[in-house]
Design a protein around this ligand. Sequence first.
Ligand SMILES: [Zn+2]
Length: 245
Amino acid sequence: MRYIEKDFSCENIDVIAYETELIENKLDKCNLSDAAIHPTMSGPNVYDVVKSFDSFKKLKQAMLREQGYICCYCGQSIKDSTCIVEHVLPKSKYRHLAGEYENLLLSCKPTQEEETERKKTGGNKKNNIKYWHCDKLKENEELNYTPLQNDCASHFIYLDNGEVKGDDMLANADIKTLGLNCNYLKNRRYNAILGAIFDEDNTLISNEEMEQYATLVMKRKQDGSLVEFCFVIAGAINHLLKKDK
Ligand SMILES: [Zn+2]
């Protein structure tokens, strides 16, 4: 998890256009805080309406750019067709925030490969939790630490074996809620870390090179995207270097 800074400035025209459409339809947080407005609409009903807005498509594109095209929780690469809109505070409980940009992030959704593997196990609830992660597993739960908090990254420690652990009980609970240690993610993170710390001759790069790469990997590419698992790679390198001292 890493901090995602929301852009409420007037230059963010796609967000402004979307928020204007919300207000025009009385589906913004101020209007919806009044139970007398749209009295029969639940949070999920509100979201069903707003996601059909013309401005919603552009909002999603703006959010993809904002996140550097990686999942808000695990850091996997995402694009329009492979992401899902995540309500940080669940829409079922917080009706007034069901459409608000400030409560929305983009999460990955299960890949075809994961779904095929999951279905092989019979697709029952006990097995599903071994395969699902991020928004799909979180559903209507609430997290202790979210990407909207600027110090969230400091609570998650990435190990060079691909595992993630929390720095306290709250972060460990979030890891469980989001399924961040499922085998699929653990293996993908492990491979991303190995790819970063070994060169093409399979030699471990020097501590100095690792240090430089940990900074470099967090920078956006020219097209605005971030390296898949960038914060995992940077975190694992920093953890390795600390162990070395
Ligand atoms: Zn994810």
